[in-house]
Structure formats: C-alpha cells, structure tokens
Design a protein around this ligand. Structure first.
Ligand SMILES: [Zn+2]
Length: 342
C-alpha cells in the first residue's frame, strides 16, 4: 500500500510517500480502507520526536481516521465489511480497572493510532473492533475524520474534568485550533457563556459564527483586562487552556473565585508559575486532562449526527502532500482542522 512513512525524526520534509506492507489484523481487529485522516498537534510532536518516548521507526502517523471496513477479524461481531466507519483514536488494553470503568484514557497502556503504533496516513490501517464509532451519515469522510481527537479532548476537559454548568463563563484559548473550535461548540451546547481568544480578527469572526459570545484578540488586547471588563471584574468560572507558557499567567489571573483551569497541552512551552497564595485564597482548581474516554466519543458522535456539534474543516490536502499539510499546521494560520484525503 501507499503510506506516508518517516524513518527519522525531523521537519516536515521527513514525511515521504512510500510503499509499505499492508497491516495484518488480529482476531479482534478490523482493517480500514482509509478515506481521510485529520492532522493533530500530536502528529507534529511525533514527527519531531519526543524526549523519552521511543516512537517505533519507520513510522506512519495519523490518529483521526475515517473510511470503509475492508476486512474483519474472526472474533469481530459488531461491524461488517463495506461499512463506513470513524475510528476512536485511543488504543488501550481493554482489561484493566481504568478500561473496564470507562476511563480508558487512564489506561497505563494508552496510546493513539499514529503514536506508538502505525496510524492513518496510509491506504489501510488496522484498529481494534472497540474503536469503531457510528458513522454520521450527514458528514463527508473529511468532515468525519475531523471529529474524534479534538472533540473527545474538549469534551473530557469541559464535561468530565471542569464539570461545566449552565450559565457559567468559559474562557477558550486558541479558539482557532481544532480543540478550541470544538470547545466553543460544547460550551455553548451546555448553555455556558463563551469568551474566545485568538490571534487575529479573522479567526475571531469565525469563532463568533460558532457561537462565541465575546472575543479577545490577544495580539492587540490584554486578556485579563478584557476578561475583567466582560465579567464585571468577577473573572471566569472555567479557563480552557492548551497554549502553555505564553498565556499561563493571563489564564490564571482570569479565574473567578472557585474557578477551574483545565489544560490538555502546552504548545508554547511547559514552564509555568503558580502563586500559591492566589491558588488557596481564591480556591482555584488546576486540572490536567488527556484525550478522552471512548464512551464520551459515542456521545459526541450522536450529537454530531444530530447536527448539534459540527466539524470545522479548514483545508484538505492529498495524502502525498502530507509534508505541506504539516508545514501549514505549524504556521498556525488555520481555523479548524487540516485533513489529508486518501
Ligand atoms: Zn487498560
């Protein structure tokens, strides 16, 4: 089969269209003929190399897959060959206490398609049967592939970790990113008031179309001051963080008493400072979040099929132009998802 394979870590240029052997499925797995694979920031980290994470080389990246089932293992009972499918990105043991309690994103063996195992930048990918999600018939393959990773991440952050309540104020950083555009929709779905932050007025206009109530351009406005103005000096109940060092101080300073900051990433750096006096006297909660549980994705897919949550596709590249797609994602000029068409 044709696949985007890299043999060494580095810049986008290490992504080469190559011949690779077709995956061989196990009894509880399916083989998917990939139609589309969405990019995530994780793909950039995997390509560059992560200290302490020995990604097997040569490697095929790609966590967000949609396609058709080409083959099923002997033990597979819930899906059939020829069926359209979207895959949950997280692959876990399925047997440990975390997995059987529905908290599979806490499984010690957790990985994603395209992370420690081969992913979807290819004509075929193999995945466990339990990763099959109901295909939302109202979506194209490119739109369907844009849903899983960012929506499960944003859902887990806002619903499971921050326990968002109706009428609360939510500050969403990086509103133009895949996870940010998902978070705006989920927060609105739960009846929260959304303050969206992005780096350009053009991105903010699109955030408004998705339902953001207030907009902050962090290039021209100071986040904490705008939050104070919008919330009548109170601050927000929830800060949705994934930017890291560049925005951390502003994010913390924007919290109301009893506020929760939930973070799933650190695209601008890992170093952050916390004034402990501020943490305890304001009774703040700092919450880490990583990916999401498969059960949450089943809920997300139902809401997508019902038109309550929508994929946001920025640009589609052919598989052969994966390197150009990575360079584009690294430029941060997108609003929503960058997708490879296979
Ligand atoms: Zn497990």
């Amino acid at each position: 089969m044709k696949a985007i394979v890299f043999n060494a870590h580095g810049g986008p240029e290490v992504l080469k269209l190559s011949d690779a052997s077709e995956p061989v499925i196990r009894q509880n797995e399916i083989l998917v003929r990939v139609k589309a694979c969405a990019l995530n920031h994780l793909d950039l980290w995997v390509r560059r190399g992560i200290p302490g994470v020995p990604i097997p080389l040569p490697h095929i990246p790609g966590s967000d897959v949609s396609g058709e089932i080409a083959q099923i293992g002997a033990d597979v009972t819930t899906v059939r060959v020829g069926q359209k499918v979207v895959l949950a990105p997280g692959v876990t043991c399925g047997k440990c206490a975390a997995c059987v309690s529905g908290q599979d994103n806490r499984c010690r063996q957790f990985t994603n398609l395209g992370y420690m195992i081969d992913g979807g930048y290819a004509e075929f990918v193999r995945a466990p049967e339990v990763n099959c999600l109901l295909y939302p018939e109202n979506l194209s393959f490119e739109e369907a592939a844009s849903i899983p990773l960012v929506f499960q991440t944003a859902w887990h952050m806002l619903v499971a970790r921050a326990e968002l309540q109706p009428c609360e104020d939510v500050l969403i950083l990086g509103a133009g990113s895949g996870v940010g555009s998902a978070a705006i929709q989920i927060a609105r779905f739960f009846g929260a008031r959304v303050i969206a932050i992005a780096s350009s007025d053009e991105k903010l206009e699109k955030a408004k179309e998705l339902g953001a109530d207030h907009l902050i351009n962090h290039k021209t406005q100071k986040i904490r001051e705008e939050v104070r103005r919008i919330t009548n000096k109170r601050g927000v109940d929830v800060v949705f963080e994934h930017v890291g060092t560049a925005t951390w101080d502003e994010s913390l300073a924007s919290l109301a008493a009893g506020g929760r900051l939930v973070t799933c990433g650190a695209t601008t750096g890992y170093d952050a400072k916390v004034d402990l006096r501020f943490l305890f006297s304001r009774q703040l909660s700092l919450l880490g979040s990583y990916m999401g549980a498969k059960s949450e994705l089943h809920t997300v897919m139902k809401l997508v099929a019902a038109g309550k949550l929508k994929p946001v596709v920025d640009r589609i590249f052919p598989l052969a132009q994966a390197a150009a797609a990575h360079a584009y994602l690294e430029s941060s000029s997108q609003f929503g998802k960058v997708v490879l068409k296979v």
